[in-house]
Design a protein around this ligand. Structure first.
Ligand SMILES: Nc1ncnc2c1ncn2[C@@H]1O[C@H](COP(=O)(O)OP(=O)(O)O)[C@@H](O)[C@H]1O
Ligand SMILES: [Mg+2]
Length: 277
């Protein structure tokens, strides 16, 4: 373990914060080829292809029910593909650690465990000893500068604090890829704004390849290096839009010409796809 950067060292690897462009020439972190998935009679994916670049934050935006959650569940291996392949660094199968943050943090955290025990739980599954679990968790908390009393049980925390605990639980394993499925949708607007910036800070600090499903276009663009716009039935890539504003982005970003332009473009593509459905 190197100095300073703590448990997140393997994903920092010398990457200057916010320089996604510098990595674009490298091979995709995740390659999806010929992916097909059907539930009953509903064909969600039919020979779908996608490349996810390493070290970028990708937002997925698209009509309700188009297959956003399904896509990240397939990539994370939570559900099986019908056909096609998903490669990581060009390899079909490897022992990959994913971080996964679910929409409903109330169901995602164990109510009988204190917050710190919730965060440590995946390390227990990895069979790490008690001292090492605590050490890694405390290092992560310090690294992120989180100021929550983690001795509390989840029900003693606000919604935003609980979601922060689930994000830390996803990060503590030092994931290669972090998936977040509408992570802020149950929070009020003030807490959502706060959590966006927490997520951005975590991303800048770790450089972890991150896939964020969002139903909020402002949030999807604000956080993304690229916005993946999906169409419906079966899902296709309607557009994969780069957004290269420097980080950290702030409230002022929301009124910059480039932000407004990219958001308007995404909205136009989305409206077109919705009308088709
Ligand atoms: N486990 C499942 N069983 C049956 N149908 C499913 C299942 N998961 C998703 N679906 C269906 O697949 C489609 C895509 O779902 P989902 O990926 O959850 O959409 P999104 O996240 O974009 O709103 C929807 O029509 C949904 O009803
Ligand atoms: Mg969903």
């Amino acid at each position: 373990m190197d100095q300073g950067s703590g448990v997140l060292r393997s994903v920092t690897s010398g990457r200057p914060a916010g320089s996604a462009a510098a990595l674009r020439s490298t091979r995709p972190h995740v390659t999806v080829r010929g992916l097909s998935k059907t539930f009953g009679t509903s064909r969600v994916y039919d020979r779908f292809d996608l490349d996810i670049p390493r070290g970028e934050l990708i937002s997925i935006f698209g009509p309700n029910g188009c297959g956003k959650s399904t896509l990240i569940n397939l990539i994370a291996g939570l559900i099986p593909v019908d056909a096609g392949e998903i490669l990581f660094d060009g390899q079909p199968l490897r022992d990959i650690k994913f971080g996964y943050v679910f929409q409903n943090y109330r169901e995602a955290l164990f109510p009988w465990l204190r917050s710190i025990e919730n965060i440590e739980y995946p390390l227990k599954l990895m069979k790490l000893g008690k001292a090492e679990r605590r050490e890694r968790t405390e290092r992560l908390v310090a690294h992120l500068g989180v100021k929550i009393d983690l001795k509390r049980y989840p029900y003693e925390l606000s919604g935003g604090q609980q979601q922060l605990v689930s994000i830390m639980r996803a990060l503590v394993v030092d994931p290669e890829i972090l998936f977040l499925d509408e992570p802020f949708s149950a929070l009020d607007y003030e807490m959502t704004l706060f959590m966006r910036d927490q997520l951005q800070r975590i991303f800048v600090e770790t450089g972890t390849t991150t896939v964020l499903v969002s139903h909020d276009l402002e949030e999807a663009v604000y956080l993304a290096d690229r916005i993946l716009l999906l169409s419906r039935g079966p899902a296709r890539i309607a557009d994969f839009v780069p957004y290269e504003a420097a980080r950290p982005r702030s409230d002022a970003t929301l009124s910059e010409a480039e932000f407004v332009r990219v958001k308007a473009h995404c909205l136009e593509v989305f409206q077109r796809e919705v009308r088709k459905g």
